[in-house]
Design a protein around this ligand. Structure first.
Ligand SMILES: NC(=O)c1ccc[n+]([C@@H]2O[C@H](COP(=O)([O-])OP(=O)(O)OC[C@H]3O[C@@H](n4cnc5c(N)ncnc54)[C@H](O)[C@@H]3O)[C@@H](O)[C@H]2O)c1
Length: 367
């Protein structure tokens, strides 16, 4: 296929370089413009990464050439910028979280449906070789019937390295909304939708102090839970234990493991596109590393590329707004469960996104 979908990137911060590179690795995408509320930042990025046009957010949304807005603004700006892009008739692939409240996620889905545009959302790491291999192993029965899972992200927050770390400690940040989407999206892709959750959340420290060279000593007040422990019951039956924390200096827990009737699957870091993938089958006394079935040489942008194919071919896209909305529902329900001391039934459901086909050529997503 020679057709291209023209991309305008909104938000030229820390993650911008990975997206420019990732989008350019797919033949179906062409980055034509970038914009930021800080126009100088957009200009600098455009020059450094040879993006043909740098402009204001309004100019980007009114540019008839732009078909797909890749939204890399901070979480607190996602809802309004997603709605503005949709109102301007643009398809959108947004960074996570999709929105900060379920009803806002629903507004974005409804607006996109009414305007006849597609909306997708990060993370797209579940389309990488590591998690696609896990999906194939589960679907092919290598661990039998999945019965349980664990998912742990144990760290001490991004203030040691991120150039603008404040947003991680404001509403819409915290380990659950920042890192949870990688883990929960991976689990939904592997096990299907969640039925109900319960959990507890706390903010262990009222203040954070940045230690990166540029911001050393900068103080950040903490407005969100920074340690969240949850239990997720999946519609298909498995029960997952999930801990997302910015309060832990060191831990020796796995990232994700799936426990099946016939064995255990060790899932790679869901914030990456690669392996290793390991299986320990019942009756064996060792873990076996499994060669990846899909390419790990992909990056952020694969979800946007998949959306571009959806636009051109009329098939569903995988990193969809519906999937992101279900993940948002899981996250908000975990907070609701902690506040109310109960199990919370999910308000949404979603179908597992289709696995990627085998044997894709580099730079393409259609076999
Ligand atoms: N940095 C990472 O490693 C990383 C990794 C994966 C995902 N993300 C996600 O990407 C998004 C951006 O993260 P980042 O680290 O690049 O943040 P950042 O603060 O470095 O950059 C965000 C940029 O968005 C701009 N912006 C803010 N509001 C805007 C608006 N209304 N219109 C246009 N521009 C606006 C800011 O001026 C800034 O340049 C977040 O949702 C984050 O969760 C970041």
């Amino acid at each position: 296929m020679d057709a291209k979908v023209k991309v305008g990137i909104l938000g030229c911060g820390n993650i911008f370089p990975q997206y420019v590179k990732g989008c350019r690795s797919f033949q179906v995408l062409e980055v034509v413009a970038c914009a930021d509320i800080d126009l100088n930042r957009a200009r600098d990025r455009a020059e450094e990464y040879a993006v043909p046009k740098a402009c204001t957010p309004d100019e980007l949304l009114n540019d008839p050439e732009v078909q797909l807005v890749v939204n890399l603004t901070v979480p607190q700006a996602h809802v309004q910028t997603n709605l503005d892009a949709i109102a301007a008739g643009k398809n959108v692939h947004a960074e996570k979280p999709f929105a900060l409240k379920r009803e806002d996620g629903r507004r974005i889905l409804d607006a996109a449906a009414a305007r006849g545009v597609l909306v997708g959302c990060a993370p797209d790491t579940f389309l990488g070789g590591g998690l696609q291999t896990c999906r194939k192993l589960i679907d092919d029965g290598w661990i039998g019937e999945p019965v349980a899972a664990t998912a742990f992200m144990m760290g001490h927050g991004p203030e040691s390295w991120h150039p603008n770390p404040d947003f991680f400690y404001k509403f819409g940040g915290g380990p659950l909304f920042d890192m949870g989407p990688y883990y929960i999206t991976a689990l939904v892709s592997l096990l299907g939708p969640v039925r109900r959750v319960t959990g507890s959340a706390r903010a262990s420290f009222p203040e954070r102090i940045a230690t990166s060279q540029a911001l050393f000593g900068h103080r950040i007040s903490v407005d969100v839970p920074t340690h969240v422990a949850g239990v997720l019951d999946f519609e298909a039956g498995p029960v997952a234990t999930l801990v997302m924390s910015f309060d832990v200096w060191a831990a020796q827990l796995p990232r994700i493991e799936i426990y099946g009737s016939e064995g255990t699957l060790s899932v790679p870091d869901p914030n990456t596109f690669g392996g290793p993938v390991k299986v320990h089958r019942a009756g064996s006394d060792e873990w076996n590393e499994v060669p990846l079935t899909h390419s790990a040489a992909v990056g952020r942008g694969i979800g946007a590329a998949d959306l571009a194919y959806a636009l051109l071919c009329g098939r569903p896209h995988r990193a969809s707004g519906q999937l992101a909305h279900h993940v948002l529902d899981v996250m908000e329900s975990l907070y609701d469960a902690s506040d109310s001391g109960t199990h919370v039934l999910l308000q949404s459901t979603v179908e597992r996104p289709a696995p990627l086909p085998l044997g894709l050529l580099a730079g393409t997503l259609d076999s």
